[in-house]
Design a protein. Structure first.
Length: 254
């Protein structure tokens, strides 16, 4: 075979090998939608550091758990805790499970409105009892709604607040209800991110009132690239990632 032909064949094989290697360096990630502000900052850094391409699929809190438990194929999944049912499904590598951060519950009010005292449990309880109307995400539709409902129950106010609470279809809709004056108080996620026009955050509720929703990462039992999946989980629990979480007002994990 002439030397020129051999060189062409070698080049084709090298190109084929390179393309195959690139394909192997892709990671599939199913993530809780509310974690997006953090991942928007962190995924590009991870890709730049490692050469991996992360293919993201976003899902609301309940849906992310359902997809994983139902057997969707993925390398890494990120969702809100608790994750007992997901672990029991047999679809994740138990030893890979990491708590990455925590999402606090906050109070949002209409722009220009008086900002209530939320510094203590008694102050939060008074705020909710005095409020003309309250809104948060329907617990059946989102993790933050579950957290808000748990907070109301912890304070022993479930019955007192029932008739003046409006359950929203999502976080932005709950904020819109506060912006329009339909709801005086909105219980929502505490992020350093954009709000809908017309609302302001008061701040995060104290831990004695509301436990932050844990953000949990894990590897799929059928991960196509376990090494890449572990590398991503390690990066998302690194000091560099913690700095991003802190900048977004999320809880960090030591």
């Amino acid at each position: 075979m002439p030397r020129r032909i051999l060189l062409v064949v070698a080049a084709i094989l090298a190109c084929s090998t390179s393309l195959s290697a690139q394909k192997q360096k892709e990671i599939s990630l199913i993530s809780w939608t509310l974690f997006r502000p953090a991942l928007d900052k962190l995924i590009p850094r991870f890709e730049s550091k490692t050469g991996y391409k992360v293919n993201l699929t976003w899902a609301p809190g309940p849906e992310s758990k359902e997809r994983v438990a139902a057997g969707d194929i993925f390398d890494v999944a990120i969702m809100a805790g608790p994750v007992g049912d997901v672990l029991a499904s047999g679809q994740v590598v138990i030893s890979s499970v990491k708590t990455l951060s925590g999402l606090k519950l906050s109070v949002t009010v209409r722009s220009g409105a008086r900002k209530p005292d939320i510094s203590t449990a008694d102050a939060v309880k008074k705020m909710l009892l005095d409020a003309r109307s309250i809104t948060y995400v329907d617990p059946a539709r989102g993790t933050i709604g579950i957290n808000a409902w748990a907070t109301v129950q912890r304070l022993g106010l479930a019955e007192e607040l029932r008739d003046k609470t409006t359950l929203a279809l999502g976080g932005p809709r709950a904020q819109e209800l506060a912006a329009s004056g339909v709801a005086e108080i909105n219980l929502g996620p505490f992020f350093n991110d954009a709000l809908v026009p017309g609302v302001e955050r008061v701040g995060a509720l104290p831990r004695e009132v509301s436990t932050p929703s844990p953000v949990v990462g894990m590897m799929g039992i059928h991960a196509k690239d376990p090494d890449g999946a572990q590398a991503l989980l390690n990066f998302l629990s690194s000091p560099e990632a913690n700095a991003v979480y802190a900048g977004l007002n999320m809880e960090t994990v030591p």
